[in-house]
Design a protein around this ligand. Structure first.
Ligand code: PMP
Length: 381
C-alpha cells in the first residue's frame, strides 16, 4: 500500500545500482537514486529560489520550510503527538550519547544500559565519566551475540527502580542482532535507533527518547533525529551549557546555532521517500525478504557459513556471517569486491562478513549476494 502522502517522484521502487555496484556499507550507506537525483538538483537551486541548498541561510524561509517539512513527515511516520518533540541535534549518535549522559546523569542519577553491542558500549563509555552506569543485561560476554528475551518480559534485565533511564540499542549493526520489541521496563526508555529507524513499525510513543544518526535510513551523516517527550527533556541538568541541552535545542526549533542544513534536508527527503514506499510496515516486509534470503543461505550452507548472532534475535538489516577461517573470509571479501559486492567486511572487533541492507537497499542486491555466497561455498567447501 502506498502512503496517501506518496509523491510520484519517490513512489518508484529502488532503481538499479550505479555502475553495477551493490554497496553493502553499514553507514554511510546506499541511498535511493530518486533522493540522490533530487539532492543534486537542490544543490544548484532549492525550490526555484535561485540559491542552492547549502547556500541558504538557516534563518531564511526556504531552509525553515524544509526543516518544518522534515519534522512534519517524521511526526506522521512515528505517530507521535504533541507531548513528543522532534529535534535535529548536531552530531552523530555517539555525540548524542554524551549529551544524554550530561543531561540526565550529571546530578547523581543512575543510567541503566543493556550491553548488546559495540555501539551500546560506546554509549556506556560516554556515560561513565559523567555519572553512574549500571549494565542491566550482558549480550556480548559469550561467543553468541544476543538481546533480552521478549518471552521473559523484562525478567532478564537488572535495573534499579529509581534509575533515571534505561538505554538500549534496538539494532546491533556490528553483531547482526536486534530487539524484536523494546525492552519491558517501567523506566523511561531511551532507544538508539540509528540503524533501524523506519525499518519497521516501532512504538515511539512508549519512549522518553529515541536517537537516530542520519547516515543509514535517514541519509547523510552529521545530524541525529531525536524524538523525545517534552517533559522528559525539561528534566535535563541546568548546570550544563545550552548547546548541550536537548530542551534548549527543542525550544529553538533546532536552530540554536547553525544547524547541519544539508543533512537535515536529506533527512527530510529520506523521510518523504519512506512514506512514499508505504512507510515502515511496507519497508519491513521488504527488509524481511532481503535478510531472510541471506540468513537462509547461512543456515543451508551445511556449516560452511556460520554466524555468532543468536537466531532468535537476528537483525533484518545487518546479516553477519563468517567461514570460521580468517584467510578464507579475506578471500571471500576480495572476490566479492571484484564481483561488484562492496563493503562486506564485518565491524572491527567482530570480523567476518556483514551484509548491511537498509531500507533503500535493492532486493536484487540480496539475490546477487546469495548467488555469490552459494558459488563461493561450492568452490571452497
Ligand atoms: N549506534 C548504532 C546502532 C550505530 O550503528 C552507530 C554507527 N554506525 C552508532 C550508534 C554511532 O553513530 P555515529 O558514528 O554517528 O556516532
Amino acid at each position: 500500500m502506498t502512503s496517501p502522502h506518496a509523491t510520484s517522484e519517490f513512489a518508484d521502487s529502488p532503481k538499479p545500482p550505479r555502475h553495477g555496484i551493490y554497496n553493502f556499507s553499514a553507514g554511510p550507506s546506499h541511498m535511493p537514486l530518486a533522493v540522490v537525483d533530487r539532492i543534486r538538483e537542490e544543490l544548484l537551486d532549492l525550490g526555484e529560489t535561485g540559491i542552492g541548498l547549502i547556500e541558504h541561510s538557516h534563518r531564511g524561509p526556504a531552509y525553515m520550510d524544509a526543516s518544518a517539512e522534515a519534522e512534519a513527515v517524521i511526526r506522521r511516520i512515528t505517530g507521535i503527538g504533541d507531548e513528543h518533540a522532534v529535534i535535529f541535534m548536531p552530531g552523530g549518535a555517539t555525540v548524542n550519547f554524551a549529551f544524554l549522559a550530561l543531561n540526565f546523569l550529571s546530578e547523581g542519577g543512575t543510567g541503566v544500559y543493556l550491553d548488546t553491542s559495540v555501539w551500546a558500549q560506546k554509549a556506556i563509555d560516554e556515560a561513565r565519566p559523567v555519572g553512574k552506569v549500571q549494565v542491566g543485561f550482558d549480550g556480548r560476554s559469550t561467543d553468541e551475540f544476543t538481546c533480552p528475551d521478549p518471552t521473559k518480559a523484562g525478567a532478564d534485565i537488572d535495573a534499579p527502580a529509581d534509575a533515571v533511564y534505561l538505554f538500549y540499542c534496538a539494532n546491533n549493526t556490528g553483531e547482526g542482532t536486534w530487539f524484536n520489541e523494546p525492552p519491558r521496563s517501567d523506566l523511561p526508555l531511551i532507544g538508539d535507533l540509528t540503524s533501524d529507524i523506519f525499518s519497521r513499525p516501532w512504538p515511539f510513543t512508549d519512549h522518553a527518547m529515541t536517537i537516530a544518526a542520519g547516515q543509514k535510513n535517514l541519509g547523510a551523516a552529521g545530524c541525529s533525529v531525536i524524538v523525545a517527550r517534552r517533559d522528559f527533556i525539561e528534566r535535563g541538568s541546568k548546570s550544563i551549557g545550552p548547546i548541550l541541552r536537548f530542551a534548549d535545542h527543542e525550544r529553538a526549533q533546532s536552530i540554536l546555532n547553525t544547524p547541519p542544513t544539508f543533512a537535515i534536508r536529506v533527512i527530510g527527503l529520506m523521510a518523504e521517500w519512506t512514506e512514499a514506499q508505504g512507510g515502515p510496515t511496507a519497508i519491513a516486509a521488504r527488509n524481511e525478504s532481503k535478510s531472510s534470503m541471506v540468513w537462509n543461505t547461512v543456515d543451508e550452507s551445511g556449516g560452511f557459513y556460520r554466524s555468532r548472532a543468536d537466531v532468535s534475535a537476528r537483525s533484518h538489516l545487518n546479516v553477519t556471517f563468517e567461514t570460521g577461517n580468517a584467510s578464507l573470509d579475506a578471500t571471500f571479501l576480495t572476490e566479492a569486491k571484484s564481483a561488484g559486492l562492496e563493503n562486506l567486511a564485518g565491524l572491527a572487533g567482530v570480523g567476518g562478513m556483514r551484509a548491511s541492507m537498509y531500507n533503500a537497499f535493492p532486493v536484487k542486491g540480496a539475490e546477487i549476494l546469495v548467488d555469490f555466497m552459494k558459488d563461493f561455498a561450492r568452490r571452497n567447501g
